[in-house]
Design a protein around this ligand. Structure first.
Ligand code: UT7
Length: 330
């Protein structure tokens, strides 16, 4: 059987730890509100001048090291990110250059919090068809430089954070690897979680008016996002289980996008899943959007709770709205 195996993983977060208390200096919020409403205790933010590619490159190096491959063996680079260093080209081109990977295909996927699973799914198709043998898949974000740190931005500013995670995919003739992936989008909710500028609909794409009106900041209707998230997470987790004929007893670990501890708890209760099966590390890293799933996967692996042959489900929900899942035999 031609299956895609995850041969190496790695993550990288900035050194700077931002505690909830620090955010109290910038806006009308409190450590207590942030903890109880989101579960976040601290997050990582980059130092000035650092971009998404810096984090993505470090995470990629670690994944390549664990996979024990020569970077020249990589046939394709896919980066799930909303926050490329530049408007164009993508972070994938910077990784190709920095790691001296051959002149292979490299592109970014802008599928918000679902971008890592989308990227994993694309990489999986290339390997399953036999087109490529080795694919580097990355989820990386710098959100901190996009945040409105005034009172009007407090709904998003306290949640979002920076980080990167990567995985090296290779071909496996055995039974383990990616079993299925499931991708969804519902664009009618686009404006419930979005960032309007810079925009190709405007000329110039970024104007002083746009900045004055704050249209270059991410904006979110938290309650609407929450409501849809707690519906779509169980649906897409179930889709992954049903496709492979699994019940919840077959699943060792579910790694959801780290959006809000209350979303994770609600999903757990709705699906009757025991606490230890639904991974959470949002208290340490906040919501790193496209990077949160690969960071969580690495964190779970480092904690020694992932074993060979374990069935793992990754699940995401975010802007678009997009949502997605992947079933993996480790
Ligand atoms: O990763 C992409 C997907 N994103 C998500 O899944 C996020 C989904 N949404 C959420 O996680 C939650 O909706 C939030 C954490 C964003 C907000 O929690 P909530 O329980 O839905 O709060 P709320 O919107 O009902 O607001 C409650 C109150 C409001 O005040 P009033 O209107 O009751 O006076 C807000 O203005 O909390 C206020 N508030 C804050 N207070 C202190 C909003 N943000 C803050 C803040 N600090 N940072």
């Amino acid at each position: 059987m031609n299956r895609t195996k995850i041969a190496g993983i790695g993550y990288h977060v900035p050194e700077r730890i931002v505690l909830n208390k620090e955010l109290e200096n910038y806006m009308d919020t409190s450590d207590e509100w942030i903890r109880t409403r989101s579960g976040i205790e601290e997050r990582r933010w980059v130092e000035p001048g650092m971009g998404t590619s810096d984090l993505a490159i470090e995470a990629s190096k670690k994944a390549i090291k664990m996979a024990d491959i020569d970077p020249q063996a990589i046939d394709l680079i896919i980066v799930g990110t909303l926050t490329s260093d530049y408007f164009f080209p993508g972070v994938s081109a910077q990784i190709q250059d920095a790691l001296d990977i051959g002149t292979v295909g490299a592109f970014d996927v802008k599928a918000a919090c679902s971008a890592f699973i989308y990227s994993l799914s694309i990489g999986d198709q290339f390997i399953k068809t036999g087109e490529y043998k080795t694919v580097l898949v990355v989820g990386a974000e710098v959100q901190s430089t996009a945040l409105d740190l005034s009172d009007s931005g407090r709904m998003t500013a306290v949640l979002f954070a920076d980080g990167a995670g990567a995985a090296v995919l290779t071909k496996n003739d055995g039974d383990s690897g990616i079993l299925s992936t499931h991708l969804h989008c519902q664009g009618k909710y686009l404006k419930e979680l979005w960032c309007e500028g810079p925009s190709s609909r405007e000329n110039p794409r970024l104007s002083t008016d746009m900045i004055k009106e704050g249209r270059h900041f991410p904006s979110m209707n938290g309650r609407e996002v929450f409501k849809n998230a707690v519906r779509r997470f169980p649906e897409v987790i179930k889709e992954a289980m049903d496709t492979n004929g699994f019940t919840i007893d077959d699943i060792s670990l579910i790694i959801p996008h780290q959006a809000n501890e209350r979303i994770t708890k609600t999903v757990r209760k709705k699906m009757g899943i025991e606490k230890s099966k639904l991974f959470s590390n949002i208290h340490k890293f906040g919501n790193t959007t496209g990077a949160s799933i690969p960071i969580a996967l690495c964190d779970a692996y480092d904690q020694g709770i992932i074993f060979d042959e374990d069935i793992i489900i990754l699940a995401a929900f975010g802007a678009g709205f997009t949502w997605a899942s992947a079933a993996i035999r480790w």
